[in-house]
Write a protein that binds this ligand. Structure first.
Ligand SMILES: C[S@@+](CC[C@H](N)C(=O)[O-])C[C@H]1O[C@@H](n2cnc3c(N)ncnc32)[C@H](O)[C@@H]1O
Length: 304
C-alpha cells in the first residue's frame, strides 16, 4: 500500500512525501539517489512588471471573447532574485543527493531554462544534451506579438565536472526500441509513428524501422486520459517521461523528483521497475500522484 508521508523513509523503495522539498532534502543521505528528473516551478505566474499582460488587451487584435489560460499558481510566483536563490539552493541539494555521474534532467521553458543551464555551467557539470519537446498542439498565442511558444526543454547533465564525468547511464538501444519511425514507401521520408499519412506526399503506405532517438521530441501536450484522477496545471505527458526514464536510468535505480506535481515521474518510474522519491508540498497533488500510481502505473500509455 503506497502511503503519503511527511518524511523521507530510507527503508521504503517508493517514497511519496508531502512536504517542502528543502525540509525533505535534509533527511536524504549524500549520494542516495541515482538520478533526478524534475520539472521545477518556472516562475511564469504573477503579474509583476515584466510579466504584466494588461497590454494584451490594448492589442488591436484583442477581442474580449478570446479566451486564454495562463499558469497562475502561488507555488510558481517568485521575484526574480528569489527565484535565482531558490533554483541555486535546490540544485545544490540535488548535486549532493545524486550519486557522482548520476543523470540530472531538468525541465524548463525560455523563462527559466537559461538560468538553470548557467547554474549547471557555474558548477562545472557536464551537459550531455538539451532536448526540445515540441508540442504540436500547444495553446495558440493570443497576443499576436510573438511566435506561438510550442516547446519546452530538458537539460540533461551528469553529476560530475566536465573533465571527470564518465560512465553515465545511456540506454541507446532501449531508446531505439521505442523510437519506431515509418518510412513512406513513395518518397522515402521518415514519418513519426503517430501520423497516419506522409506529411511530404500524403502517401499512407509505410514500412517501419527502429531508429536512433534524436533530441527533438514531437509529442502532444498531456492527453485527457492521463488526467482522469484530477488536474495539475503543468502535468507532463507519460510519453515524455518514459523516454527519460528508459534512456537515462536502469531498473532498480532510485529516481528523485523534488517537485513531482501529479506524480508523472514516480508513476513512470514504478511502471518501469525503478524506485522513486517523489516530493510535493501540496497535499492535493500528492494524493493525485498516489491515485495515479496505484491505479494506473500499468495502464497509462507506456509503450514498453
Ligand atoms: C511544474 S510542477 C510539476 C508537475 C509535474 N511534472 C507533473 O507531471 O505533474 C511543480 C510542482 O512543484 C511543487 N512545489 C513548488 N515548490 C515546492 C517546494 N518548495 N517543495 C515541494 N514542492 C514544491 C508545486 O506544488 C508543483 O506541483
Amino acid at each position: 500500500m503506497l502511503k503519503i508521508s511527511k518524511n523521507f523513509n530510507p527503508s521504503e523503495n517508493f517514497n511519496l512525501v508531502n512536504n517542502d522539498a528543502f525540509c525533505v532534502f535534509a533527511d536524504i543521505p549524500t549520494g542516495y539517489a541515482d538520478h533526478v528528473i524534475t520539472d521545477p516551478p518556472y516562475n511564469i505566474s504573477g503579474y509583476d512588471n515584466k510579466k504584466e499582460i494588461g497590454w494584451v488587451k490594448s492589442n488591436k487584435y484583442w477581442t474580449d471573447d478570446k479566451k486564454f489560460t495562463k499558469i497562475e499558481e502561488n507555488w510558481d510566483k517568485f521575484s526574480d532574485s528569489d527565484y535565482d536563490k531558490f533554483t541555486e539552493l535546490w540544485l545544490n541539494e540535488i548535486f549532493r543527493i545524486v550519486k557522482p555521474n548520476g543523470n540530472i534532467m531538468i525541465f524548463g521553458t525560455y523563462h527559466n531554462i537559461y538560468k538553470i543551464g548557467a547554474l549547471l555551467q557555474k558548477y562545472d557539470k557536464k551537459i550531455i544534451n538539451s532536448i526540445t519537446w515540441f508540442k504540436r498542439n500547444a495553446f495558440p498565442n493570443i497576443t499576436q506579438r510573438m511566435l506561438c511558444e510550442s516547446t519546452e526543454y530538458v537539460i540533461w547533465a551528469v553529476n560530475n565536472n566536465q573533465k571527470k564525468a564518465k560512465n553515465w547511464t545511456f540506454n541507446y538501444n532501449k531508446l531505439k526500441d521505442i523510437n519506431i519511425i515509418k518510412i513512406c514507401k513513395k518518397c522515402k521520408r521518415n514519418v513519426e509513428q503517430r501520423y497516419a499519412y506522409c506529411g511530404n506526399c500524403g502517401n499512407t503506405d509505410f514500412s517501419v524501422k527502429k531508429t536512433q532517438m534524436r533530441n527533438l521530441w514531437d509529442i502532444p501536450s498531456t492527453p485527457t486520459n492521463e488526467r482522469k484522477y484530477g488536474k495539475h496545471p503543468s502535468q507532463k505527458p507519460v510519453e515524455v517521461i518514459e523516454r527519460l526514464v528508459t534512456g537515462m536510468t536502469n531498473e532498480n535505480d532510485i529516481i528523485i523528483d523534488p517537485f513531482m506535481g501529479s506524480g508523472t515521474v514516480p508513476l513512470v518510474a514504478k511502471s518501469l521497475n525503478r524506485k522513486f522519491i517523489g516530493i510535493d508540498n501540496d497535499e492535493n497533488y500528492c494524493e493525485l500522484a498516489r491515485k495515479r500510481i496505484i491505479n494506473d502505473h500499468k495502464q497509462e500509455k507506456l509503450s514498453i
